[in-house]
Ligand binder design. Structure first.
Ligand code: MEV
Length: 338
């Protein structure tokens, strides 16, 4: 039995624009998805999932192509979760050259599904790592990140960037621009997350931005402006001392960029009333800045605030179901048991 766990992430800057080749800076947070993989005698895959923002489910199906999992409650979230686990198993089989390998897979996650915290990337990264190790192979991190990207790309119909999977594999803050992915230094940023209890449809939201961008030159300019915000943010991070608490000035400047990034994402139609309410609750409470994180449409916001005021204000905000402080996860995917 092999158990691996991988962190979720928040986007400091750059979601959506990263799909069009602009840079993005996600940062891993200490909320993890844990995947257990146990090889089977046959080629079947049995998946047991818990805590994925749904009541949990168990499915078993044969590993042949064209087979469908026998799911009692076919909710979109179950189907989404199954799609990612399935794609992770395919990558592990290919990596270990074991096309008929069967597994008992268990997924547990502290990261709500589809809420902008990189839940699917964390499941895919931990899943590929656990399943390949269970087959006696060990991938280096770059190959693991690449295979996880390919799994997401497949499930999301070619509309994925490398940002979520690279960040979840490596941990810390990373910079992604097209195929170019690098870990970067970052100070201890005081992230506060607000979650509205909902989820957006990443594929639909990404497609919506694509349509706007095709239709209006100013939408394409908005995407490029997000890239400018990211480049400005990167320079600020590069000048900061890594691993220590950031200065007030740095937090003020980064916060201003978060606010700007949120405005540009709103203009592209990916915010939501609940996300805007949480962003404004954070700003009113004195956060340095706040923005939605991930695909949008519902889910989470991220704010910067070294004090407790934002977390408290969010906990009293009607649209906010859960608020918490998110520590930077300096370690990416890791083995818990092998
Ligand atoms: C979703 O977490 C982030 C998007 O930029 C899509 C992607 O990068 O794959 C919206």
């Amino acid at each position: 039995m092999t158990v691996c766990e991988a962190p979720g992430k928040v986007y400091l800057f750059g979601e959506h624009a990263v799909v069009y080749g602009e840079p993005a800076v996600p940062a891993a947070i200490e909320r993890r998805a844990t995947v257990t993989a146990e090889p089977r005698e046959d080629d079947h895959i049995r998946v047991e999932a818990e805590d994925l923002s749904l009541n949990g489910f168990t499915v078993e199906y044969s590993g042949g192509t064209g087979d469908h999992p026998d799911v009692d409650v076919p909710t979109p979230l179950v189907e989404a979760a199954m799609g990612y686990v399935d794609a992770a198993v395919r990558q592990a089989r290919a990596a270990a050259d074991a096309p008929d390998a069967g597994f008992d897979i268990t997924v547990e996650s502290e990261i709500p599904l589809g809420a902008g915290l990189g839940s699917s990337a964390a499941v895919v990264v931990a899943g590929i790592d656990a399943a390949t190790r269970a087959l006696g192979e060990q991938l280096d991190r770059r190959e693991l990140a690449d295979r996880a990207y390919r799994a997401e790309f497949e499930v999301q119909d070619g509309q994925a960037s490398r940002a979520d999977t690279f960040c979840s594999t490596m941990g810390g803050a990373v910079r992604v621009e097209g195929d170019d992915c690098e870990p970067i230094d970052a100070p201890n940023l005081p992230f506060v997350v607000g979650f509205d209890g909902g989820a957006g449809d990443t594929g639909e939201l990404v497609a919506g931005v694509g349509e706007l961008r095709d239709e209006y030159r100013f939408a394409a300019d908005t995407v490029r402006s997000i890239g400018d915000v990211v480049r400005t943010g990167e320079t600020l991070l590069a000048d900061a001392t890594p691993g220590v608490d950031p200065s007030r000035e740095l937090l003020t400047e980064l916060g201003e960029l978060l606010d700007f990034n949120h405005g540009l994402l709103s203009a592209l139609g990916v915010s939501a009333r609940s996300l805007d309410s949480m962003v404004w609750a954070a700003r009113d409470a004195g956060a340095n800045g706040a923005k939605l994180t991930g695909a949008g449409g519902g889910g989470c916001i991220v704010a910067l605030d070294a004090d407790d005021a934002t977390e408290t204000a969010l906990s009293f905000t009607q649209e906010c179901e859960e608020s918490f402080r998110a520590e930077l996860a300096t370690e990416g995917v890791r083995v818990v048991e092998s």
